[in-house]
Design a protein around this ligand. Structure first.
Ligand code: SF4
Length: 437
């Protein structure tokens, strides 16, 4: 029987910049089951990575989680913290946003771990890969020994900050135990690094990009996390290495039963790796469900647009044939992702200015509807509850600023099927990303 391990409800993460409030993630709902691979897909700037960082507690000023809840099912943790933090307990779930910083920090590595996009910037160039992995193992060992608080592990005489400093002055007094060093080598072997004993003594610059990505996966696995978050784990790699890394993640997931949250802009990666998927656009999940729901029975025109912009070269006998087929089939989504600045966002479907099926009903912000596929299928689109009505369609150029009524930024919608009533004279058209098919 499957059970939810992570439940994200109504999550909003905002950045308070000099230009204004940026709504990076808005009212996001998400449930992830234990042992599944859940994918989040979307264009750059859609809020995928901010979602991952919100779960990992890695949002830094001027960013802030302003609303919502993140629940993590872990009965052992519930038992360990129930006395000190009763407000953070909800049955078998821990409400992560109710925890103090030190307890949340202690969950990094042991409960949640993250693989970042760029392995080169994630390793310290002055330490060997083995040393860094061994330190990660050591830290997780201490966190596991004292799950209540990170303070407890740093107060221990054996593992205190003083011990770390002494180990630098007197190298024979080691901060990292032999067991952790051995485990680091085991981890390198686990992720397919050849000659792991020798490789452990090499520095990051001596590793290739693919090897360093493997080492970063090893580091993320050091604490045997419940949930591994992989943020574009193959973006910086060439195609053959990408395939190897995906195979590795696939094998590790099968062997360990680990839950993976996979962030990517690549639908091919989603199709290959995931059990379920959420499609993000402008800080919202606009459609989610099983792979069949999203790939075969999608409701949201943005999902359809993403799928339509993926080349299908199956059966291409020659390059020319393949090029012709690709040119026939590729359907780029017109326009650009919208600004997420609060004062530039209208309270409507955020995809309406790029949507070929925008109607007057879309000028109100759509809720998430059941979408007709599996029980998990949801879409934030009016087409989930009504047919497309050509008579109610917004006219071409409706969102073009130059065609808005003079002096009224928030004009009432034009009559369905008609042109907007008045054009601004002498006003050049501003590109709002509003070109529609
Ligand atoms: S709500 Fe309307 S504008 Fe938005 S995606 Fe659905 S049909 Fe298009």
């Amino acid at each position: 029987m499957t059970e939810e391990i992570l439940r994200v409800s109504d999550l909003s993460t905002r950045y308070f910049t000099q230009e204004g409030q940026v709504n990076a993630v808005s009212s996001l709902d998400l449930e992830i089951e234990r042992g599944e691979v859940f994918g989040i897909v979307g264009e750059s700037g859609s809020g995928k990575s901010v979602t991952a960082r919100s779960v990992m507690d890695l949002i830094e000023p001027p960013g802030e989680i302003t609303d919502g809840e993140i629940r993590y099912r872990n009965p052992d943790l519930v038992e360990a913290i129930a006395d000190d933090h009763p407000n953070a307990i909800d049955g078998e779930f821990v409400k992560l946003l109710e925890l103090p910083d030190d307890v949340r920090r202690s969950l990094r590595g042991t409960s949640f771990s993250m693989i970042f996009q760029d392995p080169e910037s994630s390793f310290n160039p002055t330490l060997t890969v083995g040393e860094q992995l061994a330190e990660a193992v050591e830290v997780q060992r201490r966190a596991s020994a004292t799950p209540r608080s990170t303070r407890a592990r740093t107060e221990s005489a054996e593992y205190s900050l003083g011990s770390l400093l002494l180990s630098n002055v007197f190298p024979s007094r080691r901060y990292v135990s032999e067991e952790s060093r051995d485990r680091a080598i085991e981890l390198l072997e686990l992720v397919g690094i050849p000659d792991p004993v020798e490789r452990a003594d090499e520095y990051p610059h001596e590793y290739s990009g693919g090897m360093l990505q493997r080492a970063m996966i090893a580091q993320a696995l050091a604490g045997e996390p419940d949930v591994l978050i992989a943020d574009e784990p193959t973006t910086a790699l060439d195609v053959t290495i990408q395939a190897q890394i995906l195979d590795l993640l696939d094998d590790l997931q099968r062997e360990t039963g680990m839950t993976i949250l996979l962030i990517t802009h690549n639908l091919g990666v989603i199709a290959r790796m995931c059990d379920r998927v959420g499609v993000m656009y402008a800080g919202e999940i606009v459609e989610r469900g099983t792979l069949e729901d999203v790939f075969d029975e999608q409701i949201h025109p943005y999902t359809a647009g993403l799928l339509g912009s993926v080349p299908d070269l199956e059966g291409g006998a020659t390059r020319r044939d393949a090029d012709r087929r690709t040119a026939d089939r590729l359907q780029p989504i017109p326009g650009n992702v919208p600004s997420l600045l609060d004062h530039e966002m209208d309270d409507r479907c955020q995809f309406a200015d790029r949507c070929p099926k925008a109607m007057t009903a879309c000028l109100e912000h759509p809720p998430e509807y059941p979408a007709g596929g599996s029980d998990a299928h949801r879409a934030r689109c009016v087409l989930a509850e009504r047919e497309y009505d050509e008579d109610a369609a917004l006219s071409d150029g409706y969102f073009d600023e130059s065609k808005r009524p003079v002096g009224d930024e928030h004009a009432e919608p034009a009559e369905p099927g008609t042109e907007p009533p008045e054009e601004r004279p002498q006003q050049p058209a501003e590109n709002t990303g509003g070109e529609r098919q």
